[in-house]
Write a protein that binds this ligand. Structure first.
Ligand code: 13P
Length: 287
């Protein structure tokens, strides 16, 4: 059964580790992440962007697929199904469809409107026992056509949003989605510490987990980050393994064109990437 992300994140915050949110795109992605979490006894969060939701034929299809896998694969570790960077309408649709967690990304609204919309969604999520993530200070890079500039969040705005009763808070600290440019200044630990000081116990979320050096990840966890989002890195490892298979001409040998064979190296590559991240985040054995 899907669970809210609340307990797993509170435990992670107390235990000084982070739970990975891995974004899913299709059946292979979902199966690879769930099996890895189960093998390693790690809690896990499956992230679904609005674009990926559309691609997978809508939120109800996603809920059906994930719930089916939890049962058929005997997944017993805590799993949350979470809308990533949701709009207000998207969050409502996911709640309706059976997600156990949503992110409402109101970071592009004026703070008053972000507060008003977040307040309403917090109320609904509390009534249903779902977790809700809010964002302050937009995350840079491009995701689903939305380009953010990689701001550093205002700690007072973080407190205003945290006080609304959200479960976890994503604060921009110079992180961006996708690959980091050569001249990236790194995470602003000054901002992270100032946010933590204002929001107290609230589990913090680090977006843009792809390509952040290990020492920065560890430092972020030590300063209150309890959830780390990873998307691009699984896409890169899947693409790399698939390219190697094709370049080696394996699809042309025997039944190598069978999708169950053709997609297998990419599937294994996602498993390896997820394992590597879970080791780094310290979530192995915490289920
Ligand atoms: P990356 O694609 O950089 O790993 O970021 C993922 C993310 O933050 C999803 O919200």
């Amino acid at each position: 059964m899907l669970v809210s992300a609340k307990d797993m994140l509170n435990k992670a915050r107390d235990g000084k580790y982070a739970v990975g949110q891995f974004n899913i795109n299709n059946l292979e992605w979902t199966k690879a992440i769930l099996l890895t979490a189960q093998e390693l006894k790690s809690p896990v969060i499956l992230g679904v962007s609005e674009g990926a939701g559309k691609y997978m034929c809508g939120y109800k299809t996603v809920v059906g697929m994930v719930n089916g896998m939890l049962e058929e694969l005997n997944i017993t570790v805590p799993v949350a199904l979470h809308l990533d960077h949701g709009s207000y309408e998207g969050a409502k649709a996911c709640i309706e469809a059976g997600f156990s967690s949503v992110m409402f990304d109101g970071s592009h609204y004026p703070i008053e409107e972000n507060v008003a919309k977040t307040t309403e969604l917090v109320k609904t999520c509390n009534e249903l026992g779902l977790s809700i993530e809010a964002e302050v200070g937009s995350i840079g890079g491009e995701e689903d056509g939305v380009i953010g500039a990689g701001e550093c969040a205002d700690p007072d705005e973080c407190k205003a949003i945290a006080d609304l009763g959200v479960t976890m808070l994503a604060a921009g600290i110079g992180n961006i989605h996708g690959k980091y440019p050569e001249n990236w200044a790194g995470l602003s630990f000054e901002t992270l510490a100032a946010v933590k000081e204002k929001v107290g116990d609230m589990p913090l979320v680090l977006h843009g987990g792809t390509g952040i050096p290990e020492d920065m990840i560890k430092k972020a966890i030590s300063l209150g980050v309890a959830k780390i989002n990873v998307n691009t890195e699984c896409q890169l490892s899947f693409a790399d393994a698939t390219r190697k298979y094709i370049e080696a001409g394996k699809d042309l040998q025997g039944k190598g064109f069978d999708p169950r064979k053709l997609l297998a190296p990419g599937f294994e590559a996602i498993k390896a990437t997820v394992k590597e991240k879970m080791e780094l985040f310290g979530s192995i054995g915490k289920a």
